[in-house]
Design a binder for this molecule. Sequence first.
Ligand code: P6P
Length: 320
Amino acid sequence: MARTLQLFLSRSSAPKELSTLIMAVAGACKDIGALVARGALANVLGSAETDNIQGEEQQKLDVRSNDVILKAAEACGVLAGAASEEEENPVPLKAGAPYLLLFDPLDGSSNIDVNVSIGTIFSVLPAKPGEGVEPFLQSGRNQVAAGYAVYGPQITLVLTLGEGVSAFTLDPRSDEWLQTAGPLAVPEMTREFSINMSNMRHWADPVRSYVDECLAGKTGPRAKDFNMRWIASMVADVHRILTRGGVFLYPWDKREPHKPGKLRLMYEANPMTLLVEQAGGRGIDGNQNILDIQPTSLHQRVSVMLGSKEEIDMLEAKHA
Ligand code: P6P
């Protein structure tokens, strides 16, 4: 009989308050999964006709998912505050509580209406004294936990508490999260890269050179043929990499040169990089390990290259 998430947490070194938080987030992901599964039937498809702080049009499911998580965050009693992609400012919760929660409630919005896997990403930091954004501006190394739920053919929760990565599948019959994998390990070598090729003409030279070598295949410098995957839901692409290896790139490009990248550091790149590192992979922004970046703003963006160690070592060398 597979272990429930509750039993897994009780046997981990996680403090009781952290287990309470993880169960609260996991419960919110169940509720979001149910909304995703009902789609049009729950009137959660399509645009909410509003923009988020990034100036991006919000989908109804972005807004609904955000509400679900914020409610769970408020009720769990162990969060000093929460920060969301969908909220301009952090939401203060319980003064003196031990943790901060940062999340992207619904990642992959462009896939919602076309029934392609989407997900929720979350990161847990220790609470720090201070007001507003300040306590949240901690590097990814400070994360005490990170994870995501992927709403796909299975609803799967992937989690690290800093002692490896485990996966739990939601059993539709019992409505329990049951452990189905772990510890996950990202193979050091891969033949699969993941990038939006339509941006090729905008990439910086090191990324262009790396991808060209992958495309050159067996007769090129890599002496092997590569496959390409791009789901355009970071959660789904990273889940594939945690499951069978690969390398995911959303690098800086010339389209908006003032932006370091498209993805957000605090609640997309940091949690995903912690998971990948905990599974033996790496994550860099081209200059440094993503987890070493000292954040200066809550919604700052970052260039992301993460996955199989050999590929990231190669990308790092090309950026040197
Ligand atoms: P593009 C989804 O909108 C997202 O933030 C990530 O989940 C995904 O990897 C990326 O953007 C897709 O971006 O430019 O290929 O649509």
